[in-house]
Design a protein around this ligand. Structure first.
Ligand SMILES: [Zn+2]
Length: 88
């Protein structure tokens, strides 16, 4: 079981959170006409063995969106930050 140290609520089990996807993916500009950019944004994901930045929402707590940096090899969480203040 994963435990996230929510910056608002403190340490909580992962079943209080909802996975929100890869936090390293950047949305193309609203008026970007390039279909390849939109295809990559919607469908292409990496599957890294190592550090991975992920969005998680604390749905049964503060409801904040977080960026969690987790090592996919051993599930060690190295950082948790509010998504609204996190940089890519
Ligand atoms: Zn929270």
């Amino acid at each position: 079981m994963l435990r996230f140290d929510c910056p608002c609520c403190g340490p909580r089990d992962h079943d209080e959170f909802r996975y929100g996807g890869d936090a390293s993916v950047r949305r193309p500009a609203h008026n970007d006409p390039d279909p390849e950019a939109w295809y990559a944004y919607v469908y292409i994901r990496k599957n890294p063995a190592g550090l991975h930045r992920e969005f998680w929402q604390h749905v049964t707590g503060c409801r904040q969106w977080l960026v969690v940096e987790r090592d996919t090899r051993n599930h060690v969480i190295s950082s948790v930050a509010f998504a609204r203040t996190s940089q890519a």
